[in-house]
Design a protein around this ligand. Structure first.
Ligand SMILES: [Zn+2]
Length: 63
């Protein structure tokens, strides 16, 4: 689900266009939520890659 499909209850325009203060407030709040949700998986993937590399290095050294 993406916020740009949401329609404002106040002005009946897409929230992503930010035509009224309600739109802009919702857009800002949703962008923060989606921004956080979009940032987290990337950080987890990066962390996973680092862990895999560390384990691979350790396994290589012990063998
Ligand atoms: Zn609006």
């Amino acid at each position: 689900m993406t916020y740009d499909r949401l329609v404002c209850a106040n002005c009946a325009a897409p929230v992503s266009e930010g035509r009224c203060p309600v739109c802009r407030a919702n857009r800002e709040r949703l962008q923060q939520e989606y921004g956080f949700a979009g940032w987290n998986p990337m950080a987890l993937i990066a962390l996973l890659v680092v862990l895999i590399a560390a384990v691979a290095l350790l396994a290589h050294q012990t063998v």
